[in-house]
Design a protein around this ligand. Structure first.
Ligand code: NAG
Ligand code: NAG
Ligand code: NAG
Ligand code: NAG
Ligand code: NAG
Ligand code: NAG
Ligand code: NAG
Ligand code: NAG
Ligand code: NAG
Ligand code: NAG
Ligand code: NAG
Ligand code: NAG
Length: 672
């Protein structure tokens, strides 16, 4: 699943790179000079046509309008995706409102002559200039030196665009933060704030406006991403994005910058969740590529203090840290025995989220051993951890809050233990090392016996597995929309022609043997090369039904699918005439030591992209929906230019007949 997403991401980048979308110039105005105004119906459009500024109404009623910025070039244009609102708190009646840039450099929104909102700036007479930039920033500058008086990027609403800062400006003592809309139709600030808390170890939180309730936190910066969001790391390479965290004597902020992808295709939005969205050319819509909280364990301190939250496949569980026991009177766990100043043992809690840093201290970029010593030197230190990046060694006093485990990623936390609990050390080793090892050996032995037994038994590679407790896991094989006609029929060849082409199905013409039958190479009289699949078994369908079925499959045409050219039905013989693929199948390459080296990374990449395209077509873009159910390297064929083509799609239907049409089947199929 995750790999599939990766392929699609690559695909997006390719499409975005070749896309027409951004960068064309426009004759519309993007500038407003001093002593001029903007009224209903007038807008500013950024020079690259990415953004538009003007009046909009979230309820489509001109009496409740706002000044805002939205995407201009990305569809759907009808439903504006608003990224910034000036007068969040108070709507205006557009028929009586105007946005004036005064000659002395103040941008004011008037309704019936009264001021509703303003930037409160001033400049020398007629030197101010308002411009909507192509990154979505509305900038007010003054004087011939273009001094920035005000910019919308400093007054974010619920959306963080690339290039916008999230953090704290020490010089002006103000924070750059995000606040969600109250509702989809009301842009006024909602109950929560997403901000970077500048403790000794900064952390990105979403908290209630009154500050008393933390909703979730990302963990501190590890130099590349927020440590509590390992998913973020996966996106850096694929999306070609630099997530950056800057901290100096003037300011401390988080910012993201895109390198090759157009920055305008990305935004971070705060609503009930914090969500990274990216415009998808494949889907034609905004797709979420990162969202938190992503599960219950992401909610702040879900398991209470000194307790680790683990997300399982079906449920979420809580577990006390080593040395702690559950305490019914509080949420979470308390120490079994008090810590003494002389306690010098630690237990390692691997792959967890860095606990809340509100009271934590950073020892800077030092080694793990130096960090341990730092903790031992402090009688009250209860845990330490070293992350990458500027904060390095982090130590805690008091309690550990908001811990979760990660299956992939996360950091190793060292928890200080009271001395006594280390005396059971040997028993512990016995319990956690020796017993599992013995169990493991026993299991391996059983597995070996089982495998041998299976090998002797399984004569074909295609197995239909039956599980005692089945879940609805696999959906329909093919859904046939009513509108599809089966009138135009697939070309039919007579058996004599095919016999001639394949040298009477000679052993020398045999290409391989798949789950459904033997495949032969052939050449028609007009020199066209073909592959002939001789079906070894099929459902009891009559010849007409069989041919109709094939006609449906033949309609699935895509450059990454093997084409069905025709069929041959005579007596009991059922033959499929397919496109001939010079380079046979992918497994012939990847499982062969010498041929493997012929596949360089570029070729592998192209093959991956091709498979992803073919699957996307089968799953979504074709008129028939097909779930392959047996995708494997031997079903990926390669043409003479090493372009991949998926084969054997939809064939299962021929074998399984009407059962395959069910919307949901409870039976897993495929290759063992
Ligand atoms: C603003 O413009 C109006 C007409 O366009 C003009 O009469 C007025 O003098 C201008 N005000 C300033 C301060 O330039
Ligand atoms: C908004 O209202 C106008 C007129 O009332 C209507 O023509 C238009 O379709 C509406 N737009 C949306 C998006 O509802
Ligand atoms: C908005 O202004 C127009 C024109 O002045 C007026 O007819 C309309 O009633 C106003 N709407 C509201 C809700 O005040
Ligand atoms: C909006 O209103 C709230 C409370 O009414 C106030 O705290 C906040 O400063 C206002 N925001 C703006 C941008 O005027
Ligand atoms: C704002 O600009 C409009 C159009 O230029 C003008 O009619 C109006 O008087 C201005 N409002 C104020 C309060 O200056
Ligand atoms: C630019 O501003 C400086 C100082 O405000 C002034 O001395 C200079 O003449 C200005 N230049 C132009 C071209 O307006
Ligand atoms: C910064 O602002 C906060 C409240 O907004 C205030 O308590 C604090 O004193 C200010 N600090 C400085 C240095 O102005
Ligand atoms: C703060 O806000 C949260 C959420 O809106 C609310 O549950 C809590 O009671 C508030 N606390 C105080 C002290 O107002
Ligand atoms: C901080 O601001 C001062 C004055 O604005 C500037 O001289 C200095 O270079 C800034 N420091 C950094 C690290 O940006
Ligand atoms: C991203 O980071 C790399 C390496 O740190 C740097 O070379 C590149 O200039 C950065 N790109 C942007 C857009 O900041
Ligand atoms: C927030 O995320 C949760 C869990 O992923 C989801 O159930 C919920 O619908 C999301 N809320 C919004 C407003 O997107
Ligand atoms: C941080 O310290 C304060 C004051 O000692 C305490 O009230 C609070 O619970 C501590 N928070 C955490 C997360 O340890």
């Amino acid at each position: 699943m995750a790999r599939m997403q990766f392929f699609l991401l690559f695909l997006e980048i390719v499409l975005a790179a070749t896309s027409f979308l951004l960068g064309q110039s426009s004759s519309s105005r993007d500038i407003m000079m001093g002593n001029s105004s903007l009224i209903d119906g007038q807008t500013l459009i950024s020079s690259g046509s990415a953004f538009q500024l003007g009046f909009f109404s979230p309820v489509n009623d001109s009496a409740t309008s706002y000044i805002g910025i939205w995407y201009y070039n990305l569809p759907p244009r009808e439903s504006k995706v608003v990224v910034w609102v000036a007068n969040r708190n108070r709507s205006v009646n557009t028929s009586m409102a105007s946005l004036n840039l005064t000659s002395d450099g103040n941008l004011i929104l008037f309704e019936k002559g009264t001021e509703v909102w303003s930037t409160g700036t001033s400049a020398e007479l007629n030197s101010a200039l308002l411009q909507l930039l192509d990154l979505g920033n509305l900038v007010l500058t003054a004087g011939n030196s273009s001094r920035t008086l005000w910019q919308s990027f400093d007054h974010a609403c619920d959306t963080l665009l690339p290039g916008m800062k999230l953090g704290f400006d020490i010089r002006t003592n103000t924070s750059w933060h995000l606040m969600p809309w109250t509702s989809a139709t009301d842009p006024s600030p909602g109950k929560y704030v997403a901000k970077i808390e500048t403790y000794k170890v900064p952390d990105f939180y979403t908290v209630s406006v009154n500050g008393s309730l933390k909703l979730f936190r990302t963990g501190p910066w590890n130099g590349q991403w927020f440590s509590g969001l390992p998913q973020m790391g996966n996106n850096i390479l694929v999306r070609d994005v630099n997530f950056t965290y800057v901290s100096n004597q003037n300011e401390t902020y988080y910012i993201d910058e895109y390198q090759t992808r157009s920055p305008q295709l990305n935004r971070l939005v705060v609503d009930a969740n914090v969500t990274y969205k990216s415009w998808s050319f494949v889907e034609g819509e905004w797709r979420v590529f990162l969202s938190f909280p992503s599960d219950d364990c992401d909610y702040y301190n879900h398991c209470g203090r000194n307790s680790v939250c683990t997300k399982g496949y079906y449920s979420t569980s809580c577990r006390c840290l080593e040395g702690f026991v559950e305490n019914k009177s509080i949420v979470g766990c308390t120490r079994k025995e008090p810590l003494l100043c002389s306690s010098n043992q630690f237990s390692k809690e691997p792959g967890v989220k860095v606990p809340d840093t509100v009271n934590a201290t950073s020892g800077g970029n030092i080694s793990l051993n130096a960090c341990k010593k730092l903790c031992l030197d402090d009688c009250f230190c209860i845990a330490y951890l070293v992350i990458n990046g500027p904060y390095g060694c982090i130590t805690w006093r008091g309690e550990l809050l908001d811990l979760r485990s990660f299956t992939d990623g996360g950091d190793d936390l060292y928890i200080r233990l009271p001395e006594s609990s280390t005396s059971n050390w040997k028993e512990l080793v016995w319990a956690i090392v020796v017993i599992p090892v013995l169990l493991g050996i026993l299991l391996l032995f059983c597995a070996g016996v089982l495998v041998r037994w299976r090998r002797n038994r399984a004569s074909t590679s295609r197995l239909q597995l039956q599980f005692p407790r089945v879940q609805k896991v696999i959906h329909s094989v093919i859904l046939v929309p009513d509108s599809i006609s089966t009138l135009d029929v697939l070309p039919s060849y007579d058996l004599r022609t095919i016999k001639a082409a394949t040298n009477d199905f000679s052993e020398g013409n045999k290409l391989g043997e798949g789950g459904f039958g033997i495949v032969y190479k052939g050449q028609l009289e007009d020199e066209q090369k073909i592959a002939v699949k001789k079906l070894s078994r099929y459902s009891s369908q009559g010849p007409d039904e069989f041919q109709n079925e094939l006609s449906l499959i033949a309609k699935l045409q895509h450059r990454n699918l093997v084409r069905l050219l025709g069929c041959c039905i005579e007596g009991d013989e059922r033959l499929l005439i397919l496109e001939y693929m010079e380079n046979k199948s992918l497994d012939a390459f990847i499982y062969d030591k010498t041929k493997r080296s012929l596949l360089n990374w570029q070729k592998r990449f192209n093959i991956i992209i091709g498979i992803a395209r073919g699957l996307l077509y089968l799953h979504q873009d074709s008129r028939l929906r097909v779930i392959h159910r047996d995708l494997k390297p031997s079903n990926i064929l390669l043409d003479k230019d090493m372009n991949p083509k998926i084969s054997d799609f939809g064939i299962a239907r021929i074998f399984e007949g009407d059962n395959a049409l069910e919307d949901a089947t409870t039976r897993p199929v495929g290759t063992l």
